[in-house]
Design a protein around this ligand. Structure first.
Ligand SMILES: [Zn+2]
Length: 206
């Protein structure tokens, strides 16, 4: 069986995928499921987006998310301070979930993607790049900034009735991060990475 032979994930039909031109896609002849697509710029564009995401991620985690002021008293907080406060007030499970899905998972995803995308620029990339790509895959579903953003907006509207709320730079950064993470996933093509990674037995990809 040639390495280009794939089983359709929807209907299991075995078929050969011809080389796909940039910007093109291959569909299953039986059920029309998309079997593969090739982005016009599968590595450089995700790298640029990942670099931007790394910067925005740092801003989102260091700049205040929002400021509150009630009768002359004011306070502001960042994501990590929020998680820390929750931990200190005994909401430990919530604190861990917030820290994982808002800081660790997106941070890990950005870090792994950055390493992978930089390493494949000089093929053949060492075998651990493949392992790192798998880690990025594990992190991706846990990176729930959009859920967090929605939660913050709901909380903002609720709190706005009681206090003056000033959205902070961090909040805009989280919004930008949500967009950037989606853009990375849309433009990145894993197969382009696998094509450049050294095989398990040390063979160099052709
Ligand atoms: Zn099919």
């Amino acid at each position: 069986m040639s390495p280009d032979t794939v089983a359709c994930p929807a209907c299991d039909l075995l078929q050969h995928i011809p080389p796909i031109p940039p910007g093109g896609k291959a569909c299953c002849p039986r059920c029309d499921e998309t079997l593969g697509s090739r982005s016009t710029d599968p590595l450089d564009r995700p790298l640029a987006l990942t670099l931007a995401a790394a910067i925005v991620f740092i801003v989102a985690n260091t700049a205040p998310l929002m400021g509150l002021s009630v009768v002359g008293r004011s306070a502001s907080t960042t994501i990590s301070q929020g998680a820390y406060e929750m931990w200190m007030q005994g909401e430990r499970i919530t604190a861990v979930i917030v820290a994982f899905s808002a800081i660790i998972a997106p941070g890990g995803y950005i870090l792994f993607m950055l390493t992978v995308l930089l390493a494949v620029r000089w093929p053949p990339a060492p075998h651990w790049v493949g392992e790192m790509l798998r880690w990025a895959d594990h992190m991706q579903p846990w990176s729930m900034n959009e859920v967090m953003l929605l939660g913050i907006l709901v909380a903002l509207i609720k709190i706005a009735e009681l206090a003056t709320v000033d959205p902070g730079v961090g909040l805009y950064a989280v919004g930008a991060l949500v967009m950037l993470l989606a853009a990375i996933m849309a433009t990145f093509d894993q197969r382009e990475v696998w094509k450049r990674v050294e095989w398990a037995d040390g063979r160099v990809p052709s």
